[in-house]
Design a protein around this ligand. Structure first.
Ligand SMILES: *Cc1c(COP(=O)(O)O)cnc(C)c1O
Length: 403
């Protein structure tokens, strides 16, 4: 069978049988190494999609591969009815980063956020003196994205996400990101939590400012609300700090994590500060797959490489130069690129037109980059990208802008 026939079969089989829920690019990827991926015709691409901020170490980092291969031959899954040593160690490492508290492992960002929303309900009951169903409101941000479950969708005030699936859960209202008063105005006696992304990802790379985050912290402390931060996309080193909220020097009451945590293996987690962590008692929450030895081995490999290769410092060091070069594109093509947003390796180029056309052109020119929030092209390099690869991203973008 020629490779041409295999290739056609792959596309036909895929399109005939896989649910048609994505506006998918006509591209079949078969291999990855570092910041590059290859399609089924042997063409290589600079991969600054990183599986949507998932492949934090790039593709197939040798230490990650070795750890996962080893663990696959030891114990893959045994359920959460028993302890597993890797889960304990991973939780310890996350507590070390986040502060005194406890960690629950799941498999995705949406699941992590479900855990946070359930935490808000438990906190509301505590706040209402043990009465259930009274204090359960959650205040989120306009343009947020928190996932595709009913909880996640309810916290995501976007027509394109909610359309077709209403009614949503009760009790959600939305302030304007970085407008503290708009959040303060929504608080009442039945409010249990404030829930925002530290940097909005899907909504268009919109960072919450340090002052705004500190203001939310203060509001939450004053009104006995939990401050819950969705770090699913911006966490685990993407901004040059382990958690993006570290740039604002605030401590939340709970954190949702996922994407980069497993470096490509599905794992999500929530960290809950003491004493709120004690709100979850035996039987109150669970998951069959969450935190398997295999998933934890992948996440531990990510944390090990992050430390041993000093990747946070590296992101901090290379960010200013890369951002400066990207900003030059704004200056050079003012009619096409309006601005640059974001922190570290989570940036968006704001385009004058819809991003999809640019994303397709970049792909043809050899770079994979995802769109966000309509007119933003996101760049999400692996945290160990080389200077050469960062420069290459700017060069490809420049070529495409030159048209
Ligand atoms: C991707 C994302 C989610 C959803 O994660 P899934 O793993 O797709 O369920 C939630 N919140 C944010 C901020 C995200 O970027």
């Amino acid at each position: 069978m020629s490779s041409e026939i295999t290739r056609l079969n792959t596309a036909d089989l895929y399109d005939a049988h896989v649910l048609n829920n994505y506006g998918r690019a006509p591209l079949t990827l078969v291999r990855g190494q570092g910041a590059r991926v290859w399609d089924d015709e042997g063409k290589s691409f600079l991969d600054f999609t990183s599986g949507i901020a998932v492949s934090a170490l790039g593709h197939c980092h040798p230490r990650w591969v070795k750890a996962v291969q080893h663990q696959a031959g030891e114990l893959i899954h045994a359920s959460n009815l028993f302890r597993n040593p890797l889960q304990g160690e991973l939780a310890r490492r996350l507590v070390e980063r986040a502060g005194p508290g406890r960690v629950f492992f799941c498999n995705s960002g949406a699941e992590a956020n479900e855990g946070l929303l359930k935490l808000a309900r438990l906190h509301g009951i505590r706040k209402a003196g043990g009465v259930e169903g009274k204090c359960f409101k959650v205040i989120g941000a306009e343009n947020a994205f928190h996932g595709r479950t009913f909880g996640g969708m309810s916290a995501t005030p976007q027509e394109k996400i909610q359309k077709g699936f209403r009614p949503m859960l009760e009790g959600f209202s939305f302030g304007k990101l970085n407008d503290l008063q708009s959040f303060a105005d929504l608080i009442d006696d039945d409010t249990a939590a404030i829930f925002v992304e530290t940097i909005q990802g899907e909504g268009g790379i919109n960072p919450a400012t340090p002052e705004f985050l500190r203001g939310l912290r203060k509001l939450c402390s004053e009104h006995n609300l939990l401050l819950m931060l969705d770090e699913v996309q911006c966490g685990v080193g993407r901004t040059g700090a382990f958690f993006a909220f570290e740039h604002a020097d605030v401590r939340p009451d709970a954190i949702g994590m996922a994407k980069g945590l497993g470096g490509g293996f599905p794992i999500g987690a929530i960290w809950i500060a003491e004493p709120s962590a004690e709100l979850f008692q035996p039987g109150s929450h669970g998951t069959t797959f969450g935190g398997t030895p295999l998933a934890c081995s992948a996440a531990l490999a990510v944390l090990d490489v992050l430390e041993d290769e000093d990747l946070l410092a590296r992101v901090q060091e290379l960010t200013p130069v890369w951002h400066q070069k990207l900003n030059a594109l704004v200056t050079e093509f003012p009619d096409k690129v309006i601005g640059l947003k974001g922190l570290g390796y989570m940036v968006g180029l704001v385009m004058a037109e819809d991003a999809m056309g640019w994303v397709a052109k970049l792909r043809t020119a050899g770079m994979l980059a995802p769109p966000a929030g309509g007119n933003v092209v996101r760049l999400l390099p692996p945290l160990n990208a080389t200077i050469g690869e960062l420069d290459e991203s700017v060069e490809i973008f420049r070529r495409v802008l030159q048209g």
